[in-house]
Design a protein around this ligand. Structure first.
Ligand code: ADP
Ligand code: MG
Length: 397
């Protein structure tokens, strides 16, 4: 796989570079203001390096899940504005993805200029299963530039036109963010320093069973919190009240518990409430005694202590998925406690997952205390599962 440095060494001054970036940031539902610009900031090193080298940078990115047609709600306009602020330069937004306006603006770029294309998912072809449909969009994208840089780590697990097909049409290299993410993931999968502790949380156990299967043989401890712990507790035969439960996954969880022995560590206590609300009455109960009618919405203080003890001795840690519904103040403590314990690890600490990374920032924790905060939830999980990621495979060619 060629790197950005290889490209810079070759010289990019005056050349048009199509940069696929991951600028898929969360927006406030009402105001459409960016609530967390982490992914824009993570894209800056590659964009700045290209500008400094005199490249004419055409950035392609997606935002949210528009239905394959222009939808002002998903316009990249707020992203163009924020990117411009962070770069200290004007970043115009094309009115289309790879149509007339994009072509005219790409042609007019000067050395060091940056143009943002409108949301690539405004074209249904971007995510199409049909190779020819994606290919037609990839042809138009490729015509905007002479070389392709993929820095959208959060999208490398997608076989999309702007991630996969366009790389087959232009000389291609991996951007700095993709290189950093890969380096960290390799350290998590190849001969990690031990003890190696993985903490998993988040809402859906079915999303994470594959990664549990893949990691279980490699880890010393797997700490399970978040909404997914209740399917494991149910697999142990406990009642979980009205907590999140994926009944069809109980058997798999039971098998994993049997295989893992003491390597899987479940919560010993849980914060429960009768409903999802910021001003509801909460209680801490033993994990095996969740009352009927109550929902487990965070791990309890004894669990934070127990997880903290496991993390304190670890040399390699990967954490994915909040421990509770951290968006609501009464259910933040578990995620905060684990986030602090992960930050204090003496070794490699990696945070993966959009919501986990957002939690770190929202809770006001110091991002610099972590070895790495991954920008790609799905992509990093699929990598850890050992799957081939189309966007990486095509760069390796
Ligand atoms: P990530 O994006 O970091 O991979 P996920 O998307 O898997 O994480 O899960 C994040 C979501 O999980 C959060 O919105 C959080 O509110 C939710 N969650 C965590 N614990 C619980 C719980 N006990 N019950 C319901 N939802 C939960
Ligand atoms: Mg998420």
């Amino acid at each position: 796989m060629r790197s950005l440095d290889d490209l810079l060494a070759e010289g990019v001054s005056g050349r048009r570079v199509l940069l696929r970036a991951d600028l898929n940031v969360p927006l406030d539902k009402q105001t459409r203001a960016i609530t967390d610009d982490g992914r824009i900031r993570a894209s800056l090193p590659t964009i700045a390096a290209l500008r400094d080298a005199g490249a004419r940078v055409v950035v392609a990115a997606h935002l949210g899940r528009p239905k394959g047609a222009p939808d002002p709600q998903y316009s990249l306009a707020p992203v163009a504005a924020r990117l411009g602020e962070l770069l200290g330069a004007e970043v115009p937004l094309a009115a289309d993805v790879a149509g007339e306006d994009a072509r005219a603006r790409a042609d007019a770029l000067g050395d060091g200029d940056v143009l943002l294309l409108e949301n690539v998912r405004f074209e249904a072809a971007e995510t199409s299963k049909d190779d020819a449909e994606r290919g037609e969009l990839a042809d138009r994208l490729a015509a905007l530039a002479d070389v392709y840089v993929d820095d959208a780590f959060g999208a490398v697990h997608r076989k999309h036109a702007s991630v996969f097909d366009v790389a087959q049409r232009l000389p291609h290299v991996a951007g700095r963010l993709v290189a950093t993410e890969l380096d960290v993931l390799q350290r998590l999968t190849t001969d990690p320093d031990r003890p190696y502790v993985v903490v998993l949380g988040g809402s859906k156990v079915s999303d994470k069973l594959a990664v549990i299967e893949a990691l279980l043989p490699k880890v010393d401890r797997l700490l399970v919190g978040g909404g997914m712990c209740f399917t494991f507790l149910a697999a142990q035969g406990h009642g979980v009240g009205r907590s999140l439960l994926e009944a069809d996954q109980v058997d798999t969880c039971r098998r994993l518990l049997a295989e893992a022995g003491e390597r899987i560590v479940l919560p010993v206590d849980v914060v429960v409430a009768p409903e999802f609300s910021a001003d509801v009455e909460t209680a801490v109960v033993a994990a095996e005694q969740i009352p009927d009618g109550q929902m487990g919405l965070d791990v309890g203080p004894r669990t934070v202590e127990a997880f903290g003890r496991e993390l304190a001795g670890a040399r390699t840690v990967f954490w994915n998925g909040p421990m509770g519904v951290f968006e609501l103040a009464p259910f933040q403590a578990g995620t905060r406690g684990v986030a602090e314990a992960v930050a204090a690890v003496d070794g490699l600490s990696v945070v993966g997952g959009g919501d986990s990374a957002a939690a770190v920032r929202q809770l006001g924790l110091d991002e610099a205390a972590y070895g790495h905060i991954s920008t790609g939830g799905g992509a990093s999980l699929e990598y850890l599962e050992g799957r081939e990621l189309p966007g990486l495979a095509v760069l390796a060619d």
